[in-house]
Design a protein around this ligand. Sequence first.
Ligand code: GDP
Ligand code: ZN
Length: 435
Amino acid sequence: MAGGADTIVAVATPPGVGGIGVLRLSGPRARVVAEAIAGPRLPVRCASHRRLRSADGTLVDDGLVLFFPEPASYTGEDVVELQGHGSPVLLQQLQDAALQLGARLARPGEFTERAFLNDRMDLAQAEAVADLIHAQTAAAARLARSSLDGALARELEPVGAEIRALRVLIEAEIDFGETDLESTAAVEVATRAAELAASIDDLVARLRPARVFSTGLRLALVGAPNVGKSSLMNRLADAEVAIVTEIPGTTRDVLRAPIAIDGIPVELIDTAGLRESDDAVERIGIERARSAAASADIIVEVLDLTRPEARAPLPDLPGIPVLQVWNKVDLMPGGGAQALRVSAFSGEGIDRLRAAIRAEIGLGDPGEQRFSVRSRHLEGLSAAAACLRRIDVGLAPDLIAEELRLAERSLEALLGRGDPEELLGAIFAGFCIGK
Ligand code: GDP
Ligand code: ZN
């Protein structure tokens, strides 16, 4: 337990009206404050129905009270949850009562930060809490849930164990006063360090695609007017989100639709036809289309099998992969040798389009990803691999030992061991209040 912590309070349910609303307290005075509101002798880990009062004793609400004594609570401190009616006015009154009784308003993420500081979870698990809350699809939630169960720490265990084994080898050599280059131990350590670096690289490559489940994917549909961009968007989104018409140039603005493709949260961007125009309003639309395409992860260029010549000039956006999709295959059955032939009308080829999008971001079969990762984790792993790759038989044993120490430290930072303050601040600032 972090000594001398103050007691924090926040409404844990989202703002607005709901069936119930939860006020959460954590800290050494959580129980005293809660008993001043809900009456004495709160049972442990057992719901009790209480009248809830303001600091001056005025009746505010009634509801269920749950008391979790430290250390077996979410934060590792005394935690009390007051479940009242989900009225913002009532919850505000209860929160004010707690503040008057000596609690202070929690910062965003502070409950989870305390859980981390009190060793209830590692840093990757704390990040998983935020990812789980913000998950936009069932697949994203499943991956974050695995991370919350400590999947990253388990994945790192054998890597950390191997680094420690190598440190023992080389440090024994240093302790025995051996400082020769290319000693037997140095050769073994260098060989195993290179193997370990390669397996970390594999791990990074395997984990990287899972990032898209939390960051989401932006797909821009570009193409000449009337090739079927809006229809394709509706087909992919499985809902009528764009206006389909037969008059060229109707999609004047950029339409954005949140959809899911095999569990990946996707923002689909339907752009106005990228073409030169004298019409002022349409020109604005075209400019917006260009900048929308520039923010995309993948550009889907939609073409029309019945009019192969109808092509829009593609914006020059180096680095963004372009997937060519030939639409209206229902009008040209068997026609054309193009790889991705689809019909926004019949749905033909749409599954292949989805698979092509997955392949483009390096995702294999749906369900292959096991837990959520963040860029921070991948960077930490790569930093560890870089240290290991610097180990060479020509390096003095104490320098080899130093690289191993640095590699180990990179791994520990992933799980928040050694806690650099600014890192913690940055991570927990991304939470919402009450978490
Ligand atoms: P956009 O201007 O590129 O967004 O094109 P729209 O989605 O508005 O479609 C233009 C026209 O092509 C409309 O008349 C659609 O009904 C038609 N269309 C779109 N996709 C298909 C398709 O797969 N098959 C057929 N037969 N017609 C399509
Ligand atoms: Zn359109």
